[in-house]
Design a protein around this ligand. Structure first.
Ligand code: ARG
Length: 265
């Protein structure tokens, strides 16, 4: 199996200076040194140990959430569907993403304003189908437009708990059969849909979901997730996956962990 290339952006200007999700508090500042160390450990695991190719996007002063490249947009083959952020605080990131992808030769599209779409944070492929979240950050109407751009079927999932404001905070496709999922973050109808569409769901307990267990990155048989999720790790190991747990505590202060920090290219 060929591993995907990933896009990351170093935490040089990462901080919590505004509050756009319930995890963020401007009174709980980021420990810059720790954040850099946590990000570097993660980068090292990806590059040195797992042999993943990681591309770097230069961070920009004044755009503290730019470390969360998962929200840049959605990549499908040579097309980049750029995000339209819901919150003004993150809209300044948009031109930097667009510029990077254009320079790399991608075709760039977006959904038209006033529609919002927050990239891979709310759009994850599972077995050729796009599982797409909506409610807090992405508009449901955007799903159909994106599905039309990439010509892949989609499946809309409604989020209902503001702590799990992006789909990638409560759902992670592991392979064609298995996904990590925190069911309580979804509206009842979406829960039924998940159970119908996922042959072997790993239902993550609330305690671990609050630790961002579902914000996992799956690279073949290797899974990277935050420390403190033993039940989730056991369930993965039982299915033959290797888990790597890392410290993401500084990024959790902004409501992000492993998955939010990378974008599949
Ligand atoms: N502070 C960021 C925000 O609220 C965190 C983004 C996390 N990214 C993700 N893919 N869930 O927008």
């Amino acid at each position: 199996m060929t591993l995907p290339r990933l896009l990351m952006s170093p935490p040089e200007y990462f901080d919590v200076v505004y509050e756009i999700n319930p995890w963020m508090s401007v009174r709980r500042k980021v420990e810059k040194k720790h954040a850099v160390k946590q990000w570097e450990n993660y980068h090292r695991l990806l590059v040195d140990q797992l042999k993943v190719k990681v591309e770097i996007l230069d961070p920009v002063r004044g755009l503290p959430d730019m470390v969360f490249t998962a929200n840049a947009g959605l990549v499908y083959k040579r097309l980049f569907v750029r995000s339209n952020f819901r919150h003004r605080e993150r809209q300044g990131e948009e031109p930097y993403y667009e510029k990077w992808f254009k320079k790399k030769g991608y075709k760039v599209k977006t959904v038209d304003a006033p529609l919002n779409f927050e990239g891979e944070g709310d759009a994850l492929f599972m077995g050729g189908e796009l599982f797409a979240g909506f409610h807090f950050r992405t508009d449901v109407v955007a799903h159909e437009i994106i599905s039309g751009y990439i010509k892949r079927p989609y499946f809309s999932l409604e989020l209902c708990d503001k702590r799990f404001y992006h789909l990638d905070t409560c759902f992670a496709p592991v392979d064609d059969k298995t996904a990590l999922v925190f069911m309580d973050a979804f509206e009842p109808y979406s829960r039924l849909g998940l159970l119908e569409n996922i042959p072997d769901p790993i239902e993550v307990p609330e305690k671990e979901a609050l630790n961002f267990a579902c914000n996992a990155v799956i690279l073949g048989q290797d899974v990277i997730l935050p420390e403190g999720c033993p039940k989730t790790e056991d369930a993965l190991k039982k299915r033959g996956f290797r888990s790597h747990s890392l410290d993401f505590t500084e990024f959790l202060k902004a409501g992000g962990a492993a998955k939010c920090l990378v974008l599949k290219l």
